[in-house]
Ligand binder design. Structure first.
Ligand code: NAD
Length: 541
């Protein structure tokens, strides 16, 4: 496991940043002046208690945010609703144009966004760039799709020509977005882009640890033409601010753990408002005997350790054909041990820091429990406090058994277990033996065989010869979880139309009055209508 130099600051010089400078020499970007400026955009009343935001890269305080209350959420909702009424009347093509301008702004401002993502999440820059790509792809996709998908569509009626009907898509109103910390840009903004172009307003609670990326992204959206006030950002505890959002929004988009997802589902159900939940996973990969070994090892390594393994769709279990299990494990161990770790805010390191002490503790618990019960560490295995407070080596385990916590529980960190299997059938059975169903992967030589295996896996996405990115990049296809991994889908038409209420507008023509009214001759009406129904059955549609 190699480590590149870190950029740990000499001290936490809060407030000492020169006014003209947004970087602290030797410290993290952006400087305190920029995060203080962004924090002023938060929709929380003056005088609330504040929380310091610490960078997992270095342990340095990078800014602070106010802890909002239910009253702040209610005020934000009222302002958002006022602006949303006008936004809903804005032509879809004009709303879409905002997304296309945002697309350009994100690409133009990528360096500062990358700095923010790294500073508050700790990931390596290459994985922060994944977030930039996602924003551009999502903005362009929904800008192009929305005018077509939201156009009123003629629908068949029982009496074609006599009743003329169109299906409309009415915005829900206010979409409450509650997002986690692992993709500070994607998970706060991508779902919001679809909701906004559909005509909604947004009240969002980004995770308390990663608020600044979301603040900057929505500022860029405003620069792109989004009306001021249409997006309200409220920071604070999930149990208070998140809960108040669910109590007031017209639809809830939640991304986070399965446990919190259950609580949110219950609360939304009580109000009879819709919700979409993207939750946890314990994602399997199946490696068949006919793979090209080096390619399989590289794909598996990236599928497990991208984004420091803090990725809902990353791989935590590998089922490999026993005939190649030993060679695969040895080569993967060598590749994982060669991964570079580092805290630089520049391209280079392949693995960054874990996002928090809680994440580091969970990683340690899973490894220590497994090793105490007989598992073998074949790569990594150690924390790396020399690089930063929450660094840990990407780790590969073998000989993992069902009584170990890591066998079934999501680690949500850079930890994977390799299991040899006797057959493809056994691999499929073990892969499906989980309460989760978010993502899975099949690595194979014969793609036809791989697709057949994929069709037998119970997960919302299956990647053939990839870990996760092909499924995510399939922006026109639905993405989400089966079983306890989620409710609803993001991406594709579904990811847009869920933010609307379908509304049927049916217009009756004067001619219908003659054909469709019983008048005072109900028996004649019934006879006439029976003939029409019989004839209708012979029509092609
Ligand atoms: P979490 O559920 O603890 O928190 C997610 C968000 O919910 C945070 O903003 C939090 O403040 C808020 N929250 C917490 N309790 C709440 C409540 N009672 N009411 C309303 N909001 C509340 O999840 P986490 O630990 O921050 O994120 C990691 C989890 O998220 C993992 O399980 C991971 O698999 C999952 N995840 C899923 C996806 C996906 O697309 N399926 C993407 C990223 C992360």
């Amino acid at each position: 496991m190699s480590a590149t130099d870190t950029t740990a600051p000499a001290s936490n010089d809060l407030g000492a940043t020169p006014a003209s400078d947004t970087t602290r020499p030797g410290g993290l970007r952006p400087g305190r002046m920029e995060t203080d400026r962004l924090a002023r955009r938060i929709a929380v009343a003056e005088g609330r208690e504040r929380k310091a935001i610490t960078s997992p890269l270095t342990g340095e305080v990078i800014g602070e945010v106010p802890l909002g209350t239910a009253a702040d959420v209610q005020a934000a909702m009222a302002e958002c609703r006022r602006v949303q009424r006008r936004w809903a009347l804005t032509p879809v093509k004009d709303r879409a144009a905002v997304l296309l301008r945002y697309h350009d702004l994100v690409l133009d401002h990528q360096d500062e966004l990358l700095d923010l993502i790294q500073a508050e999440n700790g990931k390596a820059r290459v994985w922060a760039f994944e977030e930039i790509m996602d924003q551009a792809i999502t903005a362009r996709y929904y800008a192009r799709l929305a005018p077509r998908a939201l156009r009123p569509t003629p629908r068949l009626t029982a009496m074609p020509g006599l009743i003329n009907t169109k299906e409309h898509h009415v915005p829900k109103g206010i979409v409450g977005v509650i997002s986690p910390w692992n993709y500070p840009l994607v998970l706060s903004t991508s779902d919001a882009l679809a909701a906004l172009v559909a005509g909604n307003g947004i009240v969002i609670k980004p995770d308390s640890q990663t608020p600044f990326t979301a603040l900057r992204a929505f500022e860029l959206l405003q620069e792109a033409g989004l009306p001021e006030g249409l997006v309200q950002i409220v920071t604070g505890p999930g149990t208070e601010v998140g809960s108040a959002i669910i109590d007031n929004a017209d639809y809830v988009m939640f991304t986070g753990s399965t446990e919190t997802g259950r609580a949110i589902a219950q609360q939304a159900a009580r109000r009879l408002v819709g919700f979409s939940a993207e939750l946890g996973g314990k994602n399997p990969m199946i490696v068949t005997s006919d793979v090209e070994l080096d390619r399989a090892v590289e794909t598996a390594t990236m599928g497990c350790f991208a984004n420091t393994g803090q990725l809902c769709i990353s791989i935590e279990r590998i089922y490999v054909d026993q005939t190649i299990a030993s060679a695969f494990t040895n080569r993967m161990a060598a590749r994982v041990n060669a991964l570079t770790l580092g805290a630089q805010q520049e391209y280079g390191p392949e693995v960054g820091a874990l996002a928090s002490k809680a994440q580091l503790d969970k990683m340690r618990e899973h490894i220590d429990d497994a090793v105490a019960k007989g598992a073998r560490v074949v790569a990594g295995g150690n924390p790396r406090p020399d690089l930063g407070p929450f660094f840990h080596e990407p780790t590969v385990l073998a000989e993992v058994t069902p009584e170990m916590t890591v066998h079934r529980e999501e680690t949500f960190g850079p930890l994977v277990s390799i299991y040899p299997v006797q057959s493809v059938d056994e691999a499929i059975e073990l892969a499906n033996d989980t309460d989760y169903g978010l993502n899975s992967s099949v690595l194979c030589g014969d793609v036809k065989k791989g697709k057949a295996i994929a069709a037998r896996l119970m997960s919302g996405t299956v990647n053939v010869n990839d870990g996760y990115s092909s499924g995510w990049a399939s922006i026109d296809a639905p993405m989400g979880g089966m079983k306890t991994s989620g409710v609803g889908r993001r991406h594709g038409r579904e990811g847009l139309l869920k933010y609307t209420e379908p509304q049927t507008i049916a217009v009756r023509s004067p001619l219908a009055d003659k054909v469709m009214s019983a008048g005072d001759d109900a028996a004649g009406f019934a006879k006439r209508f029976t003939s029409i129904l019989k004839a209708a059955k012979h029509l092609p549609r």
